[in-house]
Every structure is written in structure tokens, then in C-alpha cells.
Design a protein around this ligand. Structure first.
Ligand SMILES: [Zn+2]
Length: 329
């Protein structure tokens, strides 16, 4: 085990034993998510990321947008959740309190980063988060692989490698810590079940707007993407389930290029497995022949070819970490 892996492990054991709020594991999870989104760096986030052979610099607005997007997704799924049950309002409260409905549809980092809402309120959020008792310095204190500079956070490439090469495992651990913490602070069993659903089973993380939904259903002629059973809901097996083709546990994003509809049975047996290459090729074909629509949802990515190339790379990386070759029963 190298120095960086030791830091990550000791961070995870510290937060799981002493945690008093949710933001440390969520910061950890959003950092993994950010580093796994590398295929978007030059095309979407170029100005916010600088990568050299030895260091990576990430602007505060970018990492904040990932952090907030994670919190917003949790809150969207479990509205009654209390994020920071401390006496003082800390990081997210002022931003997330959504009195004007401005944040209703913002759940993805890119949407947050480039929204006018973030422009207006981002400075306040950032200054709160950078104060001594707030998110970044606290994270740095418990997990010294990340250094807080004045305008950005900085990491050694070896630290990035330590995080991303075991990201599936680390993400699961981070989610378990969130789940343990949240179930510790609530005796409401309905709420506990929702929390378990979100962090452990993870079925309902797909955010599928109607327009995208009807597009996917039409493309698949209302049949399961894998076994081609008609999705008419006449039995429990034939109910339609939105499915992350490359499992959520690996990609952590719900971009349309990775979303398909599967029947309840396929969705339930696939779980965290990676489907066979033939299914991936079918998805690439779908995405390539409908590039305009897919690339416009949910974030505008100008260089479509590059995005496809990186998506192929993603599939190969996932195949090194997940159980592969899944197909319907
Ligand atoms: Zn099926």
C-alpha cells in the first residue's frame, strides 16, 4: 500500500467512526465522481482543470459544483433529509434552500457550474465553504492527499491514480458511510428505507426527463434493450426500468448516452455487472446515429467524436474493475 492509499484508508476509517455531518463522505464521493469524468475535462471543463505530468489543479467552482450536485441529488431523492444537522448553518444550506425554485432542475455539475444561479450565489457559497471551519480545509485536514490553495485545490497525480484505480470500492465504502451515518440520526423507518434504497440498492438514481424517455422507448420499440421482451407492464418481469448500461457504481453520471430501458428481470439480474461487448456496440450505434439529440442532453458537449472515443475507453476501464460478459437469462 502506498502513501496515498494509506491516506484514503485512514480518511475513510476516521469519517466512519467520528463523523458529525454528511459533507466529508459526500466531498469524497464527489471528488471520485469528478475524477472519473475525465472525458469531459477538455471539452466542457477545460478552463477549470489543469493537468500536468505530476499535478492536477481543480478550480473551487468546479469541485463545488460536483459537491452540490451530489447533495442536490440526494435531497431530490429524499426531500426530508437533513444534510448538516449542526447548530450553525454550514456549507450547503443557503445554496440549496430553494425558495424560488431556481435549483429545481439543476442536479448535474455542469448545469450548476454554468447556471446563472451559481454565478449569482456561487461566490457566497464558495466563501462559506473555504472558511476555516468549512468543507475544503476540513476535508484537507482529514485527507491530506488534497491541498487547498487560494484559487484551486491541487492533487498529486499519484493521489489521483490511487483514488481512481480503486474507485468502485472506494465509492461503495463512501456510500456505506453515508448510509450508516444517516440511519444513525433518524428513527423514521420510512426515511431509513429511502436512504437504504438510495445508497445501498441505488435503483432510483436515474433522472430521466420525459423527452429523453420517449426517445429511448421509441428507439427500442418499447422492448427491453437486452432480452427484447415487450415492456407492457403486464407482469412484474415486463415492467420498464431505466438502466445505466455501464453500471452507476462505475460511472456515477446519468448522461443519456449511458441510459437505456430494460425489463425488471434483466435490470434485477444485471446489477453491477458489465453487459457483453455486443450490447455495447449496439449502444454505440444508437448514440452515433442520434448524436445530435444525445449530445444535447443533459449537457452540451461540442466535440461528439471525442466523447464517443472516451466513452469506449470508459467501457474498457469498467471491464477491468467489474464483472463482465453479462447477458440476459
Ligand atoms: Zn430483459
Amino acid at each position: 500500500m502506498n502513501y496515498y492509499e494509506k491516506c484514503i484508508n485512514s480518511f475513510l476509517s476516521t469519517v466512519s467512526s467520528k463523523m458529525s455531518a454528511l459533507y466529508l463522505p459526500v466531498m469524497f464521493l464527489s471528488l471520485i465522481e469528478l475524477l472519473e469524468d475525465q472525458y469531459k475535462f477538455d471539452v466542457v471543463y477545460g478552463e477549470h482543470i489543469q493537468v500536468t505530468n505530476t499535478r492536477i489543479k481543480i478550480s473551487y467552482p468546479l469541485i463545488t459544483s460536483y459537491f452540490l450536485s451530489y447533495l442536490l441529488r440526494i435531497r431530490k431523492e429524499i426531500p426530508s433529509i437533513k444534510m448538516a444537522p449542526t447548530k450553525n448553518r454550514t456549507h450547503d444550506d443557503a445554496f440549496i434552500e430553494d425558495q424560488e425554485g431556481l435549483l429545481k432542475d439543476l442536479t448535474l455539475p455542469g448545469q450548476i457550474l454554468y447556471s446563472s444561479t451559481f454565478e449569482q450565489r456561487g461566490k457566497i457559497v464558495l466563501s462559506r465553504m473555504r472558511k476555516s471551519d468549512n468543507v475544503f480545509p476540513v476535508f484537507e485536514r482529514h485527507c491530506p492527499i488534497l491541498v487547498c490553495e487560494k484559487t484551486h485545490i491541487e492533487m498529486d497525480i499519484a493521489a489521483v491514480h490511487a483514488l481512481t484505480s480503486n474507485s468502485v470500492l472506494y465509492a461503495r465504502m463512501g456510500e456505506l458511510i453515508c448510509f450508516q451515518y444517516l440511519s444513525r440520526i433518524t428513527y423514521n423507518y420510512d426515511l431509513r428505507e429511502k436512504i437504504e434504497q438510495y445508497f445501498i440498492r441505488g435503483d432510483s438514481r436515474v433522472d430521466f426527463p420525459n423527452k429523453a424517455k420517449s426517445y429511448v422507448i421509441d428507439f427500442q420499440e418499447n422492448r427491453c434493450y437486452y432480452c427484447e421482451r415487450v415492456l407492457d407492464g403486464s407482469s412484474s418481469q415486463s415492467q420498464a426500468r431505466a438502466d445505466h448500461f455501464i453500471p452507476w457504481v462505475f460511472v456515477k453520471t446519468s448522461t443519456l448516452e449511458n441510459l437505456i430501458y430494460a425489463c425488471n428481470e434483466c435490470n434485477g439480474t444485471k446489477l453491477h455487472r458489465l453487459p457483453k461487448l455486443a450490447y455495447f456496440n449496439k449502444l454505440l450505434h444508437r448514440n452515433a446515429s442520434n448524436g445530435d439529440f444525445i449530445s444535447s442532453y443533459p449537457e452540451l458537449v461540442p466535440n461528439w467524436t471525442e466523447r464517443v472515443e472516451r466513452w469506449v475507453k470508459n467501457y474498457h476501464q469498467a471491464s477491468e474493475q467489474l464483472s463482465t460478459g453479462w447477458g440476459p437469462l
